[in-house]
Design a binder for this molecule. Structure first.
Ligand code: SF4
Ligand code: SF4
Length: 360
């Protein structure tokens, strides 16, 4: 370890702010889940139970549909009206990642939050971090990019504006949220085994899902490379203690580089918090000397997310234009939707023609 006159790092840890944002976001997701449960109960009653408005925030859990809406927007210039909230949430997440790296994963994502809690528990249980050897880590990390490539190729190469519109207007896309809900509400034995296995593996290997399998994380990782704000290390004041690398949940060798350029860096700032020497690790825009302190980062990630979603809400584009009558009809045909791409195969209903022509 290099000997130098150490000026202690007195910057307050950002981790409690990050934890608060993660917790609030996770509770918001639970609230959305409860509201969606009540909406599903209304549909299951065939319309006789009290009506609960479907929470638009649920569309944040439909990343493929949202990516298609974004693509549709770029081709046509209009926001598709079936999952508009998903469109704004997707743009907000992408913008946060473009400005502050893959920060969505460590500041907002409920799966990332759960993975972090589970991994912390695992480290307490085993008394140490378990790292996958490099020869396995690199090929496994490419899995999420392969999954992303598969989805992106199907969307960007196989669909023009008309095909996109047909899919986005289709019953399958409209009730994608209900399908997702019933995936968990009527979960199959196979899915329980898969999810439990992922849970157990995540106790042993930190962020297993996020690091190796999540295609959303892969996309944000690519965007984060373009982010101007990077973790930088001042090599002249660094005492080479290695605490930053030890603290990094993404196993990045922060102590060996001058600038962290990695698709795995989630801007969690654990490295900066762990560094014992003042002004040695910091978040800075490239080619500048302006340091982004903890508070600016916290306001920045939350602010960008809130501003973009607020644009959706205050321009009246947050709620979709599907009526409860249409949802009731689609719910009645739920088991048959999944292999159909149009209304033609659904049960004929006297009001259906009016509903679909009126809406789209
Ligand atoms: S390099 Fe620092 S900010 Fe990036 S993931 Fe590792 S600890 Fe977090
Ligand atoms: S924590 Fe990392 S950057 Fe800070 S002094 Fe130790 S090795 Fe250097």
């Amino acid at each position: 370890m290099k000997k130098t006159n150490i000026i202690k790092n007195k910057e307050k840890s950002i981790q409690k702010y990050r934890f608060s944002v993660q917790l609030i976001f996770a509770l918001l997701c639970v609230w959305i889940g409860v509201e969606f449960f009540l909406f599903a109960k209304y549909l299951e009653s065939g319309g006789s139970a009290p009506f609960y408005q479907r929470p638009p925030g649920v569309e944040g859990f439909l990343p493929i549909s949202s990516l298609m809406s974004v693509y549709y927007f770029f081709i046509t210039g209009s926001v598709h009206q079936v999952h508009p909230a998903g469109f704004f949430i997707f743009i907000a997440i992408a913008m946060v990642s473009l400005v502050f790296g893959k920060s969505f994963c460590s500041w907002f994502c409920p799966v990332g939050f759960l993975s972090e809690l589970v991994a912390d528990f695992g480290e307490k249980l085993f008394g140490r971090k378990i790292r996958i050897p490099k020869y396995l880590d690199y090929p496994l990390r490419s899995l999420k990019y392969l999954i992303l490539f598969f989805f992106s190729y199907s969307i960007f190469m196989g669909m023009d504006a008309l095909t996109l519109k047909l899919f986005l207007d289709s019953p399958y896309n409209i009730i994608a949220d209900l399908k997702l809900y019933y995936f968990f509400a009527d979960i199959s034995r196979f899915s329980i085994i898969v999810l439990s296995s992922l849970f157990v593996v995540s106790i042993i290997i930190r962020n297993f899902w996020c690091r190796y399998l999540c295609p959303y994380g892969a996309l944000l990782g690519i965007l984060s490379i373009l982010s101007p704000n990077k973790i930088k290390r001042n090599a002249s004041s660094c005492i080479e203690c290695g605490l930053c690398a030890k603290a990094c949940p993404s196993s990045i060798k922060v102590d060996k580089v001058k600038v962290v350029v990695s698709d795995e860096c989630t801007t969690c700032l654990s490295c900066i918090d762990a560094c014992p020497v003042a002004d040695t690790l910091f978040l800075q825009p490239v080619k500048t000397k302006i340091t982004i302190n903890n508070r600016i980062l916290a306001f920045g990630v939350v602010g960008i997310f809130l501003i973009i979603t607020a644009v959706g809400i205050f321009t009246g584009r947050w709620q979709n234009n599907i009526t409860k009558e249409e949802y009731l009809l689609l719910h009645k045909n739920l088991d048959r939707i999944g292999h159909v791409s149009s209304y033609d195969e659904l049960e004929t209903d006297s009001s259906l023609t009016n509903i679909k022509t009126k809406n789209r």
